[in-house]
Write a protein that binds this ligand. Structure first.
Ligand SMILES: C[S@@+](CC[C@H](N)C(=O)[O-])C[C@H]1O[C@@H](n2cnc3c(N)ncnc32)[C@H](O)[C@@H]1O
Length: 376
């Protein structure tokens, strides 16, 4: 299995070979994988002097990449230096760096996360990383690799492919000056879905009063809502993720008092909130493709998304904005709008859709499919 071969590769001493070696000696070196394959590095000079400002992506969604402004075209698209400078200027160091047909590279501060579906893609990208990052003036501490299996049961935490400076697996990244904790050893996802950057920015600028963040994960939407002055309610099956969310509040100088963190099934919590008469002006609906609650009941996004929107509308205040978001290869924005229209009809309400802003570091068609629904 892909993941195992890389783990073995690391366990066989790759990082020990790398650590402490002058970067120039490494240039053009080749290293043998435990499975007999080879990675040829063109590991360029990694600058420490940061003459350029430190410039400036679990990634989700995949379709045919197309050229958009800010990306260099070709089989592998790299973010342009201008895009990196723009991200740096806004205080963001968590973003996508490169996208290929079956792999992509995300940056989280000084860490890179290479997600791949084939070893060929992984090796192609690895071969370019050093030179590219030197060109960007990026200081790289570690490169993690994450195999993207088709079956969720095969998912594993990222493994270390290359290490420059050591350190713990826990670190921090910034998005628009907001700090988020990351844990590369904590499971399949490190802690921040960077494809929601524009939607988080929208939440912050819209200055919500009461925000309901369902499938909250590490509560990034709640953090930006709270920073904008909102009272937030975060719901997730995973208590551990919510605890990380509370840590994210504290990282940003926010008290957690007055905010709720509910470890339970969203489909059970929404009717309870509705019965209590709770209403929200901003509601985040960003469920996974598949999950199972504590009682073993399955959530399947293709089957259950419509019902989710119906339940969410029952706690939507007049004028509320709902983020509809999925990451399923067979679901498109049109499916989200269809679910939204159906729920509006059932509730006897009207509404209008607003497109999410495009991200300059994502080629068209990559990332979660999202749309905003503003209800009457
Ligand atoms: C795709 S992540 C959500 C990402 C999040 N919106 C963000 O931007 O950071 C899915 C999350 O949903 C949670 N989850 C899955 N099924 C659930 C359910 N039925 N009720 C509550 N949470 C659930 C998982 O524990 C996971 O944290």
């Amino acid at each position: 299995m892909h993941g195992q071969s890389i783990s073995t590769y690391y366990a066989n001493g790759f990082s020990q070979k790398i650590r402490g070696i002058n970067t120039k000696e490494r240039k053009g070196g080749a290293f043998v994988l435990s499975d007999g394959g080879q990675i040829r590095h063109k590991w360029g000079h990694v600058r420490n002097d940061r003459k350029r400002p430190e410039a400036v992506p679990f990634q989700r969604g995949k379709s045919v990449p197309r050229k958009v402004s800010g990306m260099e075209s070709g089989p592998m698209e790299w973010v342009s230096p201008d895009v990196l400078a723009g991200l740096e200027a806004e205080g963001t160091d968590a973003h996508r760096l490169a996208t290929g047909p079956d792999f992509w590279l995300e940056r989280f501060g000084a860490n890179l996360l290479l997600s791949y579906q084939t070893e060929k893609g992984r090796d192609e990208l690895l071969a370019e990383i050093g030179q590219r990052c030197a060109g960007y003036g990026l200081e790289v501490q570690r490169i993690f690799g994450k195999y993207l299996p088709l079956a969720a049961s095969e998912r594993g935490a990222p493994v270390l492919l290359r290490e420059e400076m050591g350190g713990t697996l826990e670190t921090e990244a910034r998005e628009a000056g907001v700090r988020y904790g990351l844990d590369f050893g904590g499971g399949y996802s490190a802690g921040l879905f960077i494809d929601q950057r524009a939607n988080r920015a929208r939440v912050r600028t819209s200055q919500p009063k009461r925000l309901l963040n369902t499938f909250a994960y590490t509560c990034s939407f709640s953090v930006v809502g709270a920073l904008a002055g909102a009272e937030t309610v975060s719901v997730d099956l995973s208590r551990r993720s919510l605890t990380r969310g509370e840590e994210n509040f504290r990282r940003n100088g926010l008290e957690t008092d007055g905010h709720k963190f509910i470890a339970d099934d969203v489909l059970g919590v929404l009717p309870r909130l509705a019965r209590r008469g709770e209403r929200f002006d901003t509601i985040i609906l960003d469920p996974p493709t598949f999950s199972r609650n504590q009682a073993g009941k399955a959530f399947q996004v293709q089957r259950d998304f419509d019902q989710l929107v119906v339940l969410a509308l029952e706690v939507a205040a007049p004028g509320a904005r709902l983020l509809l978001s999925v990451n399923h290869s067979e679901m498109q924005v049109a499916d989200l709008e269809r679910a939204g229209r159906g729920a509006l009809r059932m509730a006897g309400r009207s509404g209008r859709f607003q497109a999410s802003a495009a991200l300059p570091d994502f080629p068209m068609g990559h990332g979660a499919k999202t749309v905003w629904l503003e209800v009457s």
